[in-house]
Design a protein around this ligand. Structure first.
Ligand code: NDP
Length: 452
């Protein structure tokens, strides 16, 4: 049987674009890709990239004070949201152009339309055109979800935050995950009076307790009103403000309320039910370790499969798919020991097991140090950082590394190599310190602070 294409990719985000261009560019496969929105997906258009640029923008607020403490005679001016927003969106346009060109230059044919599956080898575009392909790859990502409660339609999500008409005077951010905690820092840094509600006992559930405790403490020190054990009961419009009633009985007005209470897979109306593709409890597409669905010609990668929802993971899954299907080299995606960073202020970089997870698994030693770093301390800041290693008593391997510090994202990428290689505590100790740095503490931790 002959097909229009060897591969049809649905979704032009990080995972889909990578798989399409590598399949076309490196294996000569005939590839098409359909994208209904902007190329680059969540990461480039409404996620990692604009978020990180906003983190950078927000960090300048403290720099003037620090520079003054170092002897500079400078004064802070005002932040212009309009000026920043203009540059931000121009940058996103530029990046989207790059994504489009990458596809074009690798010979991928793209369709700026929604596509859905008709059968195991056929997709239908929005205009009714049908295309056949030997393989179909679903890489449609995810989207934010807001729970249903009275007034929930007044909330914005991370999709809208980059498009605010003006910077609000006050914002309520609901949620305690990556997105809520990162945006609390961003908004606070930009001068917005920021409140964060989290329903549980401590933000960043699932991460190392000591590390998330420090992040939360520092966020409060920085001026964010972090309310733990608190959720929204009800909201309504009051003039140009939003009236919010909280579970603790408090009633307050905010200019903007942003919900960051998780994301769901974009797997509805894709025709999956027609061909019997299984979906999980959260609506995600169920795949095996080669990203193959129960229908052999259909694969899925990235957030739509809700495995580890991070851009570099989606890219890895896309590459493994191409290896498996187009290069005849069956390749499973390795989801073990993925380093990650949460761009809170301070940043939090982590790889491997938290102290709590490791202690459940086996006897461990915990090495940790928390201190005021030289640069901030000289400027009179009280901010502390944390360097922490979790070590197996039996194998001496470093099971987890947790860093809360400015630049922790950069540090954890490198520490991640050692941990992934299976480095022991003694390997860390054999490495000579780079002095004076914050991360040198990772190789000079002499005695465990506790065992468990
Ligand atoms: P998360 O799943 O990380 O966090 C959701 C948060 O919302 C949790 O604190 C959760 O609480 C809370 N929540 C869930 N439902 C409700 C509800 N009904 N009412 C109140 N609170 C609720 O989601 P995010 O949206 O923050 O991020 C999604 C994913 O995106 C992340 O998991 C991550 O994979 C990725 N991401 C990665 C980034 C990075 O690498 N730096 C940055 C941004 C996103 P509870 O803990 O109690 O369940």
């Amino acid at each position: 049987m002959s097909f229009d294409y060897d591969l049809f990719v649905i979704g032009g985000g990080s995972g889909g674009v990578r798989a399409a261009r590598v399949a076309a560019g490196e294996t000569g496969a005939k590839v098409a890709l359909a994208e209904e929105d902007r190329y680059g997906g969540t990461c480039v258009i409404r996620g990692c990239v604009p978020k990180k640029l906003m983190v950078f923008a927000s960090e300048y607020s403290g720099m003037v004070e620090d520079a003054q403490a170092y002897g500079w005679d400078i004064q802070a001016g005002d932040f212009s949201w309009d000026a920043f927003k203009g540059k931000l969106h121009a940058e996103l346009d530029r990046l989207e152009g790059i994504y489009r060109n990458l596809l074009k230059n690798s010979g991928v044919e793209s369709f700026d339309q929604r596509a859905k599956l008709v059968d195991a080898h056929t997709v239908e575009l929005n205009d009714g055109t049908r295309k056949t392909a030997k393989h179909i790859l679903i890489a449609t990502g995810g989207r934010p979800t807001v729970p249903n409660f009275p007034g929930s339609d007044l909330a914005i999500t991370s999709n809208e935050i980059f498009h605010l008409e003006k910077l609000p005077e006050s914002i309520l951010i609901v949620g305690g995950g990556y997105i809520a905690s990162e945006f609390a820092g961003i908004m606070n840094g930009l001068g917005v009076k920021t409140t964060q509600f989290y329903r549980g006992a401590q933000i960043l559930r699932g991460f190392d307790d000591e590390a998330r405790g420090l992040v939360s403490e520092e966020m409060c020190q920085n001026g964010i009103d972090v309310r733990l054990g608190t959720n929204v009961l009800e909201m309504r419009k009051e003039g140009d403000k939003i009236w919010v009633k909280a579970t603790n009985g408090e009633e307050r007005l905010f200019d903007v309320v942003m919900y960051a209470t998780g994301r769901v897979a974009n797997a509805d109306d894709l025709g999956l039910e027609n061909i019997g593709i299984e979906r999980g409890r959260k609506g995600q597409i169920i795949v095996d370790e080669y990203s193959q669905t129960g229908v052999p010609s259909v694969y899925a990668i990235g957030d739509v499969t809700d495995r580890v929802n991070l851009t570099p993971v989606a890219i890895r899954e896309g590459m493994a798919f191409v290896e498996t299907v187009f290069k005849g080299n069956p390749t499973k995606v390795d989801h073990e020991l993925i380093p990650t960073a949460i761009f809170t202020q301070p940043e939090f970089g982590t790889v491997g097991l938290s102290e709590e997870e490791a202690a459940e698994q086996e006897p461990i030693e915990v090495y940790a140090t928390s201190f005021k770093p030289m640069q901030q301390s000289f400027a009179g800041r009280a901010a502390r950082v944390l360097m922490k290693l979790i070590v197996s008593q039996k194998t001496r391997k470093v099971l987890g590394c947790h860093i809360v510090a400015p630049g922790a994202g950069e540090m954890i990428q490198l520490a991640g190599i050692a941990v992934k290689m299976g480095a022991t505590k003694e390997d860390f100790d054999r490495t000579v310190a780079v002095h004076p740095t914050m991360s040198e503490e990772l190789v000079t931790l002499k005695t465990p602070v506790r065992t468990a």
